[in-house]
Design a protein around this ligand. Sequence first.
Ligand code: 13P
Ligand code: SF4
Length: 300
Amino acid sequence: MTSVTERIQQLKKEKNAVILAHNYTSSEVQDLADFVGDSLGLSKTAAKTDADIIVFCGVSFMGETAKILSPGKRVFLPEPEAHCAMAAMCNADQIRQIRKKYPDHAVVGYVNTTAEAKTEMDVCCTSSNALNVVNSIDSDKIVFVPDVNLGTYVKENTNKEIVLWDGFCPVHQCITIKQVMDLKKKYPDAKVLAHPECRMEVLALADDIGSTEKILNVAKESDAKDFIILTEIGMLHRLETACPGKSFHFPAQAACMTMKMIEPESILRVLEDECNEIVLPKEVIEKAYKPVKKMTDILG
Ligand code: 13P
Ligand code: SF4
């Protein structure tokens, strides 16, 4: 009998499909993917692929961003109800309101937002380029939505005036100082690497701060053998695969439940049935493309 993996490989060839997976998906999903990475890496890969079909293993805003960048391609979500909790914390209407309140400010929006919310932003950013984007745009006054933690991290590291929104990621918000201190006590020589969605007091305990891909690169290059990783547990598989002989310790319960909804069977289902295709109104794609493109232009 043909296995799920074999069937996926067959269909991928037949349909000229590519499977992209975020670093937080399960190890089974990562092992099936053609490309695994952070939000920025996935966006770039989606923009340049010559596949006809993109199966996007991540939360819905990630698939939508791929569709915005590649409107001519068909993008499918294995689990269309896998949403990012933070993306639900700031909608297009709220951005219009905040613009009225701060008419002299530019709106910089984290990619963890819906396509609709992106239509109201001046420029988009990811966790790996937020500071660079804020420093590069030609406004000194900025409203940063929706992540208060990434926004605070940017604010601490720029001379620009930043107005913050009150969104957050529940997974990173729940990482506590006590958890980090307990891990440090257990692994005194470990390097602490943190995602900027963690709270400021937790980031203060980190040796390095960055996107999921940056965390991976720092761990690869470091001479340390033990690492305390302050982000989602899906990273363990990538870290262990890329860094044999090194050990990685995570705070308990740092798991994004919607990322974990995606399974090999749901990937097979979309490839077989071509269900769960992302369909966005043309005007939403056109308007949302501008802030996303501006972000990629800033990066050169
Ligand atoms: P990265 O851009 O670092 O992959 O992070 C995305 C995300 O959702 C973090 O919670
Ligand atoms: Fe959203 Fe947090 Fe999950 Fe990242 S970890 S996708 S920010 S809910």
